[in-house]
Ligand binder design. Structure first.
Ligand code: 26Q
Length: 798
């Protein structure tokens, strides 16, 4: 963008004057933010319009990424950076005596996602625009995003996240001309029309209006703007009489009221099914309409359109697409089916079977009567085809869509699409040999791997500006555009001055975080301590509790021997628990009570601190991650599909302490065995236990005095105010046989932590490892991940 600071200041003052009728010194940060956003919109609007025009003029193929979650966080800095005016705006604000940080903090996080899956979807939007591929998002415009977490008396309390605030979503544009109707419930009968074609006749269906709001996705300094389309629900005027009471209207508004705050668990709720169908149907309807404007035949729609199914939540897509092609546009079943399979593709994000969506067939039939008929037809044709091909009956049973009165959504996505991918090498291997083994025998060619990635610009240039300057000073600024230039840092691994500079930068980031910790929790932490960080959703398989066990061990070590020679440690946690996930909430309570105990025990001489930061979200991640020395990635091997925070920590110079799980394996491959700390069972060892049924946690507990002492701490009154949570956790480890093998992995985790302690004492060695992590993190750019999707799955052109 061509813009001078002086011009910007004039534009800004004018806009403030016109919009808010005030001058700069009188404006609040929120007013300044809203004004700046208005102005930035003005700057990019023409480019946005242009992009859409060119795409249809050139009949470019477009990929549509369907996801029930998008988690972009704040957009202001990203938008400024990608337009190439971030520094200019910062300088202008300095001239105007406006605190840029305060303005940036006035923006609410756009938190329409729970965690990894939603954040990945947002990353892909950014990277599609940056790589220049035509890729549009399709999702829901929730009024309330992921709940706001407060910690009260050590407990998690959930509050609604009213992210629209006083400004609304400043980036979105409502597109009234693109509204479509979505039908639910009612009865469907098939009747022959005048031409003798069988068509469905709906009786008593509920008709809802889907209204799109478009959020621009700005590419990094390339003049490309893509679109994230979020759907809201409204009552069509012509059906208003059907909703006479406020309660009736509320039931409709509920559809887009809140994001389901669950992560890696499945709940069969009717409203959830409606959400999924609503956004899928609305998205597919507009896609077909805009395709037809190209004047091309519908049966070859796959030449210009790809639809990507992000996890199973939009997996009704193949059936809905079939419905539209057949019922609304009159295609034959066979032509429609060919078009559907060639259009659809699916990513699996979890191997936990409890997260695979299945809908009760009766519920599905009630909500989506016509789609249900189509699902039955797809299912029976699949079974017939497989039987014809002499596929073994148990394989057919395992892979068919409808069985035991349930609709298996992953099966629909796999049968109805041409591609299935996992999100890290190990994950894809596990899908092939375990979770989706039978499908792999049927369709080996559909399976492929796409290791996740992160938007390097957000995690370096935005979240870690000082680090970015240090990189500039060492290898020049080319890496800001081409992340692979980070590799040049490898040449400086033995340059003492460079290592020292990077060490200092980390210290400054730690100081910033320490100030935040003091301000928000009152806990004082030293930047000389190792900042040992675990931030992610709270889930048993991620094993925050293993981290806690180690902290308790250190506590007893210090109680026994206050002079124990150890590098001071600050253990930092950030984690939201699903509101109905009892165990996860107990772990949060326990961490907080353990923190109280430890932080207030003067005999520990400040060698040990525990901090739980409330309301972990993208913005907090931007503060925490660059300040970490140690990145805790300690899930039980085979359970974490990929992980993506692990990549962010690596890129900002933390040392990964990890199991051989998800993308940790690929991080190790990039950085080498010497620059990562690996511990615990690998996937084969875990699976061996599953097969042999030979794990007995009580035996481990009884035979290992250190483990016994640590585990007993939960129930012997050491940790005050957490009796019931303590016994719940004790029971999970001993009575319920420690499902995630914490006790088995504990000794090697402790050894790994001792190794970290030893490493950190050698400042230069640590700094070298840290630099090498940054230098080799380029592999995890989502720009490359999305390029692989575009080329290998969607067949797009730039
Ligand atoms: C399902 C049904 C009803 C309500 C909620 C859900 C639901 C919502 C979110 C189920 C699962 C999720 C989220 C899953 C998720 O975030 N998976 C993570 O995806 C990341 C991106 O691929 C991986 O890096 C993580 O390893 C994986 O856990």
């Amino acid at each position: 963008m061509q813009l001078t600071k002086e011009q910007f200041i004039r534009d800004f003052k004018d806009t403030l004057h016109e919009e808010q009728l005030i001058k700069v010194p009188a404006a609040t940060p929120t007013e300044i933010f809203a004004t700046l956003a208005k102005l930035v919109r003005k700057y990019y609007t023409d480019t946005w319009i242009d992009r859409n025009r060119k795409l249809s003029e050139n009949q470019e193929k477009i990929a549509y990424y369907f996801s029930i979650e998008f988690l972009p966080g704040r957009m202001l800095e990203t938008n400024l950076l990608n337009l190439g005016i971030l520094d200019l705006v910062k300088e202008a604000f300095a001239d105007l005596d406006v605190d840029f940080n305060a303005v940036k903090n006035a923006e609410h996080d756009m938190a329409l996602g729970n965690g990894g899956l939603g954040r990945l979807a947002a990353a892909f939007m950014d990277s599609l625009a940056t790589t220049g591929y035509p890729g549009f998002g399709n999702g829901l415009r929730y009024k309330y995003g992921l709940f706001k977490q407060r910690i009260v008396d050590g407990y998690q309390v959930e509050l609604p996240d009213s992210w629209f605030g006083s400004t609304g979503n400043v980036w979105e544009i409502r597109k009234d001309h693109d509204v479509v109707d979505v039908k639910l419930f009612g009865d469907v009968q098939l009747q022959a029309n005048e031409e003798g074609r069988i068509i469905p006749v709906y009786k008593n269906a509920q008709v809802l209006r889907a209204v799109p709001y478009d959020v621009p996705q700005i590419g990094f300094k390339n003049g490309v703007i893509n679109n994230l389309r979020l759907w809201d629900v409204e009552i069509p005027e012509e059906y208003e009489l059907n909703y006479p009471t406020i309660a009736d209207r509320r039931r409709v508004q509920d559809i887009t009221a809140t994001l389901y705050p669950d992560d890696s668990s499945y709940e069969g709720k009717e409203l959830r099914l409606i959400q999924e169908y609503f956004m899928t149907s609305a998205g597919l309807q507009t896609i077909i309409k805009s395709y037809l404007k190209l004047g091309r035949p519908l049966e070859t729609i796959y030449e210009k359109v790809s639809v990507h199914i992000n996890d199973t939540h939009p997996a009704v897509a193949p059936a809905e697409f079939m419905r539209l092609l057949i019922d609304d546009y009159g295609l034959s079943w066979d032509k429609a089916w060919e078009a559907t399979v060639k259009t659809m593709s699916y990513t699996n994000h979890t191997i936990l079977s409890e997260a695979l969506e299945k809908w009760d067939a009766n519920l599905f039939k009630t909500v989506l009567p016509r789609v249900y008929q189509i699902v039955l037809e797809i299912d029976s044709r699949f079974v017939a085809e497989m039987t014809q091909n002499n596929v073994a009956t148990d394989i057919i049973e395992n892979t068919r869509i409808v069985k035991d009165n349930q609709i298996h959504m992953a099966n629909l996505a796999i049968i109805g699409g041409h591609s299935v991918n996992g999100v890290a090498k190990l994950h894809t291997e596990l899908l092939k040999e375990d979770t989706l083994r039978d499908f792999y025998t049927l369709y080996p060619d559909k399976f492929n791997n796409k290791t996740n990635g992160i938007v390097q610009r957000r995690w370096t240039q935005i979240a870690a500006p000082e680090l970015s300057e240090a990189i500039d000073a060492t290898i020049g600024t080319g890496w800001r555009r081409d992340i692979h230039e980070l590799q040049k840092l490898n040449d400086f691994a033995d340059d003492k001055a460079v290592l020292d500079q990077f060490y200092q930068v980390k210290k400054e980031a730690k100081a910033k975080l320490a100030a935040y910790i003091l301000e928000t929790t009152g806990i004082e932490v030293s930047t000389d301590a190792i900042f040992d960080v675990q931030v992610k959703r709270l889930h048993a398989y991620k094993r925050q509790l293993l981290n806690v066990l180690h902290i308790i061990k250190l506590y007893w070590d210090l109680k026994d021997n206050p002079d124990k020679d150890m590098v001071p440690r600050v253990f930092i946690f950030g984690a939201k628990a699903a509101p109905g996930y009892h165990f996860a909430k107990s772990v949060i309570k326990l961490i907080n009570e353990l923190a109280n105990l430890i932080n207030n025990d003067a005999s520990l001489q400040g060698k040990l601190k525990v901090v739980f930061l409330e309301n972990y979200n993208v913005s907090l991640a931007e503060l925490i991650i660059p300040a970490a020395d140690v990145s805790e990635q300690i899930s039980l091997a085979s359970k974490e599909a990929s992980g993506t925070s692990n990549m962010k920590f690596m890129m900002t110079g933390a040392i990964t302490l990890a199991t051989l799980d998800g993308a940790n394996i690929e991080i190790k491959d990039e950085v080498g065995d010497d620059n990562i700390v690996i511990f615990g069972m690998d996937k084969d060892a875990v699976y061996h236990h599953y097969e042999a049924h030979d794990y007995y946690s009580r035996g481990v507990y009884e035979n290992n005095p250190v483990i016994k002492r640590v585990v007993d701490t939960f129930v012997n009154g050491t940790i005050p105010n957490a009796q019931s949570e303590g016994s719940e956790i004790y029971e999970s480890l001993i009575a319920y046989n420690d499902e995630y093998f914490l006790l088995e992995d504990f000794p090697s985790y402790v050894a790994a932590q001792e190794y970290i302690d030893a490493l950190y004492r050698d400042k230069e060695k640590w700094a070298r490892m840290s630099l090498l992590n940054i230098a080799n993190s380029d592999k995890f750019t989502s720009d490359d991940t999305i390029t692989a999707y575009a080329e290998e799955i969607w067949n797009l052109r730039k």
